[in-house]
Design a protein around this ligand. Sequence first.
Ligand SMILES: Cc1ncc(COP(=O)(O)O)c(C=O)c1O
Length: 407
Amino acid sequence: MTQPTPAVRDRVLSLLSGELPAYVYDLADLRAHAAAVRAALPERVELYYAAKANPEPEILTALGPYVDGYEVSSGGELAHVAKAVPGRPLAFGGPGKTPDEVTAALEAGTERFHVESEHELRMLAELARRAAPGRRVAVLPRVNLPVADGSLASSSLAMGGRPTPFGMDPARAEPVLRQLADGAYPQLELRGVHAHLASGLQAAEQVAVAESVVSWATGLGVPLREVNVGGGMHVDYGDPEARFDWAAYGAGLARLTERHPDLTLRIEPGRALTAYCGWYATEVLDVKPSHGEVFAVVRGGTHHLRTPATKGHDQPCAVLPVEAWPYPWPRPAAGTGALADGASGRVTLAGQLCTPKDVLSRRVPAAGLRAGDRVAFALAGAYAWNISHHDFLMHPRPGFHFLGTTG
Ligand SMILES: Cc1ncc(COP(=O)(O)O)c(C=O)c1O
């Protein structure tokens, strides 16, 4: 079982039952991790944070010293990030941008647009003529490139290299890039190419993807200043202590920058930056047997932490025992009396929703788990609260705690 940092553990144990569940973020841990990621990358690689992974203002601020900018994928994210970290460079991406969002982004002076289609390019040019007269807006068409066989092998979420609604088909992207380079859109400046092909890739796969994208982009012979090779660095929910091999990835990117001295490379990870600093902490409400297995029902559930339901995994967790028991009757505890689960000592941790899908972790080795104990779920700092269906069943919202806000 993975263990929370001492600061997280102390906070979780200091909260009253009624203050749980709670998201507890260790910002000192986040800063140390982000600094290590930055240090592993070559100087000429820009690091943008994909705000969709976790847009809490405290998280965006804590990452500030380590990132070169932020990738936003909606008008809502754009306005939110611009307010939380004013003056920082933004790249506006994402499919299905509306005219209102594009106009607002132009009026806000957004540095870069990742353009998803020809229609979007034309709309951007027209809206730029009206909303930003005299300004040339930097664009990076997003390309859905085929990649070498096996390059996306470990991907949990492939957005490219196959038919998807993301980016432009390379057969269309090529003429579009040439038109941009030839000045067909006077309001737009071809700054480079963007590709985010998949999430959940290991370092060697990420290097292979970056090489394919850079080789395709530079092979066109049109002048480009930047290539954004996306995010999608692997986070291992089965082994929360494991980390993406940033050193190997940095070394691969360094080789690429040496071969292309005039090109700025950019990456835009989300999950692999913020997953580790966040914990979803709760209390066991009940423990009971069911058809030979033991279930613990905790305060909260997948309406707060949807990640295990969407990704189909067991969220790693730690049990924090609590000795106090306020009732005169015996405390329900796994592994005792009717709750002796054969030899397995395993407990399935479910939430409060009226659906069998509300399971946070299956068959966790937690012999002796009691009602009243606390459980802290790890890797809850990315695609967790902000992707969850908060209002289903109208349970109270969790508390939010940001530890180590200074320093
Ligand atoms: C365009 C784009 N960039 C970056 C990311 C971040 O991906 P990850 O959080 O897996 O690093 C995503 C995720 O969907 C994305 O769509």
